[in-house]
Design a protein around this ligand. Structure first.
Ligand code: NAD
Length: 476
């Protein structure tokens, strides 16, 4: 069908975008409709029109519909996950796992729709009652990146609908097929026309139209820091509610007393799974000196054994980079690191496979310091740096010396150091003996500093962004 969904109808775009498989450039998934600014306004108007009846339609209706969406995603996780892997390039296991997670997110928020919190409390004035309730915000604009084509849309769309809002969803133009499949499932679950709208398109046109529209009450954005800050300026100017999840430069600290295999597996998973294209990726490996050489030797051995190939082959452990632009950026950072004096111990370039795709070898820099650009800027590819430090205190200080603050991790067998790190790491999420990536859907997700802005996503914390608090006083 390959169209956008506006006011309950599937509509052609003004142009189309070719959706190409990054594992095999000869494989085009399809040509997908790109909406323009006018169509975006139509979608916003439809969401506005549908807002009152959806808000007043009752929580049972919302719960039933969200549960249906979750069930269908779970029932079709292999098919949808395969489409996702074909389009984005993460491995089949990752694509199917991400899809299952999206299904679970919808089911979680089906339950949350029935548990919208509120309080009734005595007023300080005798005879008066105070009631604090949560109301829908109204029309929510949802703008997402390409790297989690179904999970991120799910963890924004599901709470938006659960708490009684209507939605205008703009996915990244690199992953239109997964967005389309998700929209078909959502639309087929019995939502009234206009409650959920899909407008695939360019950020500069469709994204900006959403962000600047006075008819959009709240914008939930995930993407890069630069785009997020532009979204912030546009929403702040008109006092719209905004939530931003952005980049990371996440540290994984490895102490001398760490279990070597645990630490290496955390680094492999955190830095290279999903081809390193995760906001929570472990891009800075901060390693104390007595374990440094053993850690690097074993990590290199494991990296060189990783099967980098077509995402759709079951044995593949790391798929391609998502597109030519991202691959170019990754290779440029390899040159930057080299010029800064870092040592490449393994990887550093493209690799050829049977099909023509954007394959890159997992890459490790050593002899780096935290001031280098490769340790300060988000690369967003299969590249990690090792930073050698003397002891735990230096490790903590280097870990926190960054503009970002999304996720962090420590590998240690010391309760003292683990507890201290949990408390003093300047990140929104802290992992002990676990990779920096990989989070649950029923607890808050989000970071600090440049990584995030506004209320947390996921779990019961999502109620904060997707509702507006009302306090009522009653004297009867
Ligand atoms: P991006 O910032 O280029 O794009 C994100 C979305 O914003 C896309 O849908 C894009 O079309 C849209 N957009 C672009 N310009 C816009 C504008 N002017 N106004 C409104 N919308 C606009 O990011 P990307 O390359 O798609 O994704 C990679 C980035 O996302 C990385 O920085 C990564 O760290 C980040 N990310 C963060 C999280 C998180 O939860 N913190 C999760 C995943 C990805």
């Amino acid at each position: 069908m390959n169209k956008n969904l506006i006011a309950g109808s599937w509509v052609e775009g003004s142009t189309t975008v070719a959706d190409v498989n990054p594992s095999d450039l000869s494989d085009t998934i399809g040509d997908f409709a790109m909406a323009d600014g006018d169509q975006t306004q139509d979608a916003i108007a439809a969401a506005r029109e549908a807002a009152a009846s959806w808000r007043d339609g009752g929580i049972q209706q919302r719960a039933d519909i969200l549960d249906r969406i979750g069930n269908e995603i779970l029932a079709r996780k292999e098919e949808l996950g395969t489409l996702l892997s074909r389009e984005e390039g993460k491995t089949l296991a990752e694509g199917i796992g991400e899809t299952a997670r999206a299904g679970q997110v919808f089911k979680f928020f089906a339950g949350e729709a029935l548990r919208i919190p509120g309080t009734s409390i005595d007023s300080v004035r005798p005879g008066v009652a105070a009631e604090v309730t949560r109301e829908p915000v109204g029309v929510v604009g949802i703008i997402t990146p390409w790297n989690f084509p179904i999970a991120i849309p799910a963890w924004k769309i599901a709470p938006a609908l659960a708490y009684g809002n209507t939605v205008v969803f703009k996915p990244a133009a690199l992953v239109p097929a997964t967005a389309q499949a998700l929209a078909q499932i959502i639309n087929g679950a019995g939502l009234p026309a206009g409650v959920f709208n899909l407008v695939t398109g360019a950020g500069s046109e469709v994204g900006e139209a959403i962000v600047t529209s006075p008819q959009v009450d709240a914008v939930s954005f995930t993407g890069s820091v630069a785009t997020g800050r532009a979204v912030l300026v546009n929403t702040a100017a008109r006092q719209a509610k905004v939530q931003l999840e952005m980049g990371g430069k996440n540290p994984l600290v490895v102490l001398d007393d760490a279990d070597l295999e645990t630490a290496v597996e955390c680094a492999i998973n955190g830095a290279f799974f999903s081809t390193g294209q995760r906001c929570t990726a472990s891009s800075r490996l901060i390693v104390t000196e007595n374990i440094h050489d053993r850690f690097v030797a074993r990590l290199v051995e494991r990296m060189e054994a990783l099967v980098v190939d077509n995402a759709l082959k079951p044995e593949t452990q790391m798929g391609p980079v998502v597109d030519q632009g991202q691959l170019g950026q990754d290779l440029e950072y390899v040159d930057i690191g080299r010029a800064e004096g870092a040592n490449i111990v393994t990887g550093g370039g493209r690799v050829e496979r049977d099909a023509d795709g954007y394959y890159m070898a997992p890459t490790l820099f050593t002899e780096t310091d935290n001031a280098m650009r490769i340790n300060r800027e988000e690369i967003f590819g299969p590249i990690a740096s090792v930073i050698r430090v003397r002891d735990y205190d230096e490790a903590l200080s280097v870990a926190n010396d960054t503009d970002f603050g999304l996720s962090s991790g420590i590998c240690t067998t010391s309760l003292k150091h683990a507890s201290h790190f949990k408390r003093y790491s300047a990140a929104g999420m802290v992992m002990v003996n676990l990779p920096t990536a990989g989070v649950d859907y029923h607890v808050p997700f989000g970071g600090r500093k440049s990584s995030s802005f506004g209320p947390r996503e996921q779990g019961p914390a999502a109620v904060e962004f997707y509702t507006s608090t009302k306090t009522a006083y009653v004297y009867a």
